[in-house]
Design a protein around this ligand. Structure first.
Ligand code: HEM
Length: 105
């Protein structure tokens, strides 16, 4: 939704220490992010999620992600994701556009 995937690739450097994405990517410290858009929270097979994430009831559509990436611990209290969040609306839109390029492969 208006984000720039090329700019988002640079923002994704701050995610890559925990998440992998792209062809052949698998779960790492965090769950693999292929196929993220519209995926129910806590649904990647073989990844050991927190109860908090699994029972959050969230579906990772764009508006839900925009909020979560700004304030993960606020939106999913007790999440295992210790990332502080992104502060800029543009960075958030761009990283979502980058992630949205990758389907489940
Ligand atoms: C979970 C995105 C940065 C560690 C998640 C989820 C999303 C996400 C959408 C939920 C996935 C699901 O329910 O399947 C991102 C993005 C990041 C980022 C876009 C960068 C902007 C990080 C960083 C870390 C991290 C830097 C490690 C310090 C985790 C962990 C979980 C998680 C451990 C599982 C949470 C749980 O089970 O409670 N991330 N993340 N993430 N992320 Fe991140």
């Amino acid at each position: 939704e208006g984000g720039d995937p090329a700019a988002g690739e640079k923002i994704f450097h701050s995610c890559r220490q925990c998440h992998h994405i792209g062809r052949g990517a698998t779960n790492f410290y965090g769950p693999v992010l292929n196929g993220l858009i519209d995926r129910p929270a806590g649904s990647v097979p073989g990844y050991n999620y927190s109860e908090a994430n699994k029972t959050s009831g969230k579906v990772w559509d764009v508006p839900t992600l925009k909020s979560y990436l700004r304030q993960p611990q606020h939106d999913v209290p007790k999440t295992y994701m210790t990332f502080a969040g992104l502060k800029s609306d543009k960075d958030i839109a761009d990283v979502i556009a980058y992630i949205a390029q990758y389907d489940r492969s």
